[in-house]
Write a protein of this length. Structure first.
Length: 247
C-alpha cells in the first residue's frame, strides 16, 4: 500500500507520517517513508534519523535531471524500470528498525529554481515502485495541492488529508476529496489539533464519513516537534488508523 499524507502547511502532516510509520513498523511491516516536501526539514528528526542525501542526486542532480526531462516528452517520461524497496541505494536512505527514509530533494540555496523537477521525480518513482507483502510506503507531501497537479497521487493507493481547525484546511480537504475521488483513490481524513469545541466545528463542515481519526491537541507531540526530537509518543488514534488501513 502506498499512502499520500497531504494538507495545508502546519496541519501536522509530518507528525502524522512519523507516527503512522512507527505504528506500521510495530506491526511488522517494512516501511518506506518518502519525504516529498522540498521545504520541510523536520521529518527525519521526528523519525529519529539523519537526513539522507537528496535522491535527485542519484540521477545526477537537478541540472542533469532537468536535461533528461527535456529530452523526453512530458507525456512519456521514463526514468526507472521496476523499483523495489530492497534494491534502493543505501547511500540515499536513512534507516532505523523497520523504517527507511528517502528524501526526494530539498531547496538548499537562493535562486536554484523551482521544485517542479522533484515533483516529476516523485511521481515517476511512485509509479515504478513495486511492493511485496508487508511493505508500506508513506509519502509526506508538500503543503497544499500542487502535488496533485504534478500527478504524484496517481502512484498512490490511499490519500489521507490531515485537517486542522482552520477555514483554509476545511476548504482544502473538500478539494482533496474531490480530486482524489476523480482519480478513483480511497480518500480519508484525520482531524488534527482540535479541542472539544473546534472538533465539532470541523466535523460539521467536512464529510464525516471520511474521518478515520480525531486527534486532540497533544502537548507531547508539540514538545517533540518544537525540540526536533524523535516522536516516540503513543497515540491510540494512530493505532486505530493503522488497523483500519490493514484490515
Amino acid at each position: 500500500m502506498k499512502i499520500s499524507i497531504c494538507g495545508k502547511g502546519g496541519c501536522g502532516k509530518s507528525s502524522i507520517t512519523a507516527l503512522m510509520a512507527k505504528e506500521f513498523a510495530k506491526k511488522g511491516y517494512n516501511v518506506l517513508v518518502i519525504d516529498g516536501d522540498e521545504s520541510n526539514m523536520s521529518l527525519n528528526k521526528l523519525l529519529g534519523m539523519d537526513l539522507p542525501k537528496d535522491f535527485i542526486q542519484y540521477l545526477g542532480g537537478r541540472k542533469e535531471f532537468m536535461q533528461k526531462l527535456k529530452s523526453q516528452s512530458k507525456e512519456n517520461v521514463k526514468l526507472f524500470d521496476d523499483l523495489y524497496i530492497s534494491s534502493l541505494p543505501d547511500d540515499y536512505l536513512s534507516k532505523k528498525d523497520n523504517i527507511k527514509l528517502l528524501s526526494i530533494g530539498k531547496i538548499h540555496d537562493f535562486g536554484e529554481g523551482c521544485a517542479c523537477p522533484m515533483g516529476v521525480l516523485l511521481r515517476e518513482f511512485l509509479k515504478s515502485l513495486k511492493l511485496n507483502d508487508k511493505e508500506i510506503v508513506i509519502v509526506d507531501t508538500e503543503a497544499g495541492i500542487e502535488h496533485f497537479g504534478r500527478g504524484v497521487e496517481g502512484g498512490c493507493d490511499v490519500i489521507i488529508a490531515v485537517v486542522d481547525p482552520t477555514y483554509e484546511s476545511i476548504r482544502l480537504s473538500k478539494k482533496i476529496e474531490e480530486i482524489g475521488e476523480k482519480l478513483g483513490k480511497k480518500v480519508y481524513f484525520i482531524v488534527n489539533k482540535v479541542d472539544y469545541e473546534t472538533k465539532d466545528l470541523v466535523l460539521e463542515n467536512i464529510n464525516k464519513d471520511k474521518v478515520i481519526a480525531v486527534i486532540f491537541n497533544n502537548k507531547e507531540i508539540m514538545k517533540h516537534g518544537l525540540k526536533g526530537e524523535e516522536l516516540d509518543v503513543e497515540i491510540p488514534e494512530i493505532k486505530k488508523v493503522v488497523e483500519f488501513l490493514t484490515e
